[in-house]
Every structure is written in structure tokens, then in C-alpha cells.
Design a protein around this ligand. Sequence first.
Ligand code: PLP
Length: 403
Amino acid sequence: MNLNLENKLKEELEELKNNNLNRTIDDLRFISSTKAIDKNGKEFLVFGTNNYLGLTHHPEVIKASKEANDFGTSSTGSRLTTGASFEARELENNLSEFKNTESTLIFNTGYMANLGVIYAITKENDVIFSDQLNHASIIDGTKISKASVRIYKHKDTSDLENLIKKELKANPESNFFIVTDGVFSMDGDIAPLPELVEIANKYNCCLIIDDAHATGVIGKTGKGTVEYFKDKTGKDLSEFVDLQIGTLSKALASEGGFVCGKKVYIDYLINKSRPFIFSTALSPATIASANKALILLKDNNEEYLNNLNENTKLMRKLLSNAGLNIVEGETPIIPIIIGSADLANRFSKELEKEGILVSAIRPPSVPKGQSRLRLTIMATHTKEEIEYTADKIINIWNNLNTE
Ligand SMILES: *Cc1c(COP(=O)(O)O)cnc(C)c1O
């Protein structure tokens, strides 16, 4: 037993507490896509999930999950040992069609997909160019990779190009990779994909985009960043993106991650990606839920995305008209920048008293001094719920501000 270590860990935790950076887990049970209860039965309206389309509680998704449970509650092993569930292959085929790519591979989480892809396809002497605000799973993927990593300023394509030019001089034989979030998870802004495609083509880079918050959320039919820019510029960019990574845990109402791309990449990952090879696959029920959510999205994209966009516009308008410091944008991720971690915590606690759950995001998830409330809007919120919540947010902010 190492008491010395225990004391050191305790000290570190104390310091986190003193700086309002301590993290704890609240027990919560969702009783609908937008409402949850705590252990005492108190009901909350939730504005912080990634469940953008509210499909976690769609009767058809729940039914699909129950039916797939008849094939066993567990996949019982890695897909390379105990085989794929039929459901997994079906979902991969549907995702390939949806994302307009040759092939798809499911991972157990989006986190593992990023880790498993970046780690497996980048080698010593390669160079990864990574956006400064990329998701932690991309950062961790680049950390376990043997390649070297260059961070470019957030969405700054001239900074990226300069870094590439430098590396090209130093390492003309290396493979270059550009990796970016499609929709950035903490700010809700969108990567400049057309420019990234241009640079990737010019310098022969493998372009990887993580569409965790974009799939089912942006683009006319919810196909993500590639489609979002097709709507704007008329040009379909899917053929210029080497790998589109995604998650089943956000708009697709389940759990798991995936990567779509040319078959050669997918075959390579099946052989080389350790997070895929050495972990038990997702259960049939988990996969079947995601598959049903995807089918519902394909069939009802106009209705779902319309609701999501209308709700997002309404919340953004109400908050910015009241003078709150929100990060402008079009996605349902609406950050209200507060500044100190303490104030962000208090804001979130006050909302909780009113029966509204919005999480305070603090360092290290965001830079110091940029603590925020991060609202996420869902297609299944009602207009009344949005108005009620905006009202409470504005009142609490005014009170905190005049203290
Ligand atoms: C949520 C998220 C992930 C992780 O996905 P999980 O399925 O929750 O592990 C990866 N990348 C980005 C950009 C995300 O926002």
C-alpha cells in the first residue's frame, strides 16, 4: 500500500475543489428524451444531452432494441473471435450508404474510433496536423501515435498551410494527416472543410474529419459537414475526405463509434487497430437501436432537422437579444461564455434549483477564463420549454451580474 501516493492524490483533489474544478457524478434517470428525475423524484428539463433528435425514447428505437435482445444481451467477444452480429454488418452497410463511402467499421465508442484510427494509420516519421480545439479523443489518438503532431490555430487554414510547408521542407518523405472536428464540441462552430480539402489536395494529405456532433445535426438531410458545405457551395466533398469518423451516441441515440472511408482503410483497421481488435463488440441491442435511429433519420430528416433548427434559432435569438455572451453560430451547441469556473458553477446550480439542467464546462475541457454554460438544443424540446428556459437563464444571469 502506498500511503504517500494516496496523500498526494488527496491533495490534488483538494486543489481541484478549491478551484471549483472538482467533478462529481449526479444520478439521473431519463423519463423522456428531454426530462429526467433524480433519486428524490425531482423532475428536470434537460438542456445538456447529445441526444439531438431525441430518438433515445422513440418507440420504434426502443422496440428494435428489445427485439435484438432476443439474440443475447452481449456480443460475447471481439468481432474477430466471436464474429459479427448480423446487426453490426447491417448498420455498417447503412452507414456507408448514408455517408456515401465504400465501407464502414464500427468501434465501441467514438472515443475509441478516434484512438483506433489515428493510432493505427499514422507511423513514425509521419506528421499529424491537428486543430487546436479538437476533441480530447483526437488529442489522445495523436498522443499514442508514433507520428509527430503539429497543432494549428483553431480553423486557421493559413497557419495550417504554413506548418505544412515547413514540414514538407524538413520531411519530404513523410505522410501528412489533417484531422479536425466537423462541429467543434465546446464552441459548436464548423470546420472550414472546403479550404481543408483544398490544402489536403495540394499537399497530398490524408484528411480525417470527426463528425460526432455533425451527423444527424447539420447538412440538409443530416449527413454532416460534407453535406453542409454541399448545400452552401453545390459541391459534394465526401469524395475528398479520406475518413469520416462519427459516433452512435449522439443524434443516433445509442452508443458506439464508427469510421467511414475507402475499403482499403477499413480492411487495414480490421487488421491493425488495437481498440477494435482487443475489445468486446457492442451488443446486438445497442447496434439495433442505432440502426433504427439511422433509418428514422433517413425517412424523416426534413421533420427532425426542421424542429432542431427552429428550436436552435429560437434559443439563440432569445439569449442574444437579452445580451448574453453566446458564441454565435448555427448549431444546437450554444455556449454562454461566463469566465470564471466559480461563476459558471453557480449559474448552473441556480438553474438546477429551477428544474433545468445545463452543465457548466470548465477547464481542462475549455481554456482557463472561458468557463461556460453549454446548452444543447434538441428536436424534441417544445417551444414553451425553450422560452421558459431562456427566461430563467436571462433572469439568473441578471441577478448574478448585479450581485
Ligand atoms: C463525443 C465526441 C466523441 C466521443 O464519442 P463517444 O461515442 O461519446 O465516445 C468523439 N469526438 C467528438 C468530436 C465528440 O464530440
